[in-house]
Design a protein around this ligand. Sequence first.
Ligand code: GLN
Length: 455
Amino acid sequence: AFLDRIAAVDGEIKAFTTVDAEGALAQAAEVDAKLKAGEELSPLAGVPIAVKDLFVTKGLRTTASSKMLEEWIPPYDGTIVERVRAAGLPILGKTNLDEFAMGSSTEYSAFGATKNPWDTDRIPGGSGGGSSAAVAAKMAPLALGTDTGGSIRQPGAVTGTFGGKPTYGSNSRYGVIAFSSSLDTPGPVTRTVLDGALLNEVISGHDPKDSTSIPQDVRPVADAAREGSGGDLSGVTLGVVKEFAEGSAQGAEPGVIEAYQAGVEQLVKLGATVKEISAPHFAYALPTYYLIAPSEASSNLARYDSVRYGLRVGDDGDNSLEQVMSKTREAGFGPEVKRRIILGTYALSAGYIDQFYGQAQKVRTLIKRDFEAAFAEVDALVSPTTPFIAFPFGSRTADPYQMYLSDLYTIPSNLYGGPAVSVPAGLSEGMPVGLQVMGPVMRDEVCYRVAAALE
Ligand code: GLN
């Protein structure tokens, strides 16, 4: 049924970079056989899933939506994909993203943008717009995303779906194409909070193949989602960050603020106590991210050198090795990826590293301290997920800063490493608005409980 749905609507939405009908049906048949043989199956066995094209999938083309990897067929599965397969979730295909996950609209995909199913003149968010659009358009019941600065939550918010960024290090990065290694966090993209929780329980848990993986078991979040959907939040203290609430000054739309405030009122009705909290360094989160993420990206993307992976241009005997590398990177990377590499290389260069990268690391620590102080007083923080609803195509590509503002509220939790989820919280101008719940490091269950109560 989901493959039929993809065939019917994806010509217009363009959520998928690759559809693997044959593979999905074969995996479904396997689950069926196990079921008939009376084998014990995982709770999500047989439920199909769409996978962001940043996850490495054995035998299935993996592009990062870049010309650099357009023809790359990986020889292995990453840990999360391995776990998804082991749990019997048939993989429907790979979903579109901004090239190497850099962007907020999928307009930077080398293969063209994905459309928002709510209004096809508008963006589906990014970078994981393909996964969220696939779920929103009912082409997949579940999807996988990655969140470096908001790429699970912001697409979730603007497509009316659920998106969960877990605690950094609780979901393995092994076999997820690297963008910014100290921030990258894989997680679930689903229609409901409980679906997200169940999927996260399939994929999370320690992985010795990822050096930053936390040596702890799967985070139990499904029970928290079930508890939350009972609608009782008595005893829960939520914080509203004063500096976030001053959002309108930073361009947050009044319709978004209204839907968010209605969400907060609902949470209070359900028994939560709300308190104002200050995060004095919030204003520095966006600039800090745009030094750290490009710096790490410039280093991670050095591997696309025309030798080890993917594209190779100009290897015709007339060019030196250096020229082949340079021509390959010129042709293989799009403009936003090049912008980040140049920014990152500059911020890391001798003579500037202390002023830029080093300084950003220090500010990251100050932001982390702000949030640690906040979580000493409250169980979770709430905010709008994004300052604005899905915008029309082309309206934010001329000025990179306008695009970067999409992640104003999502970036802080990547910087402090804690869990954060986005749950649908009404409409503005007929388009979905998301409410974000941020939790302390390793307390993912709090986010799921609060989000499920609101749903
Ligand atoms: N939009 C942000 C960026 O462009 C975040 C991307 C992400 O989370 N992968 O970097």
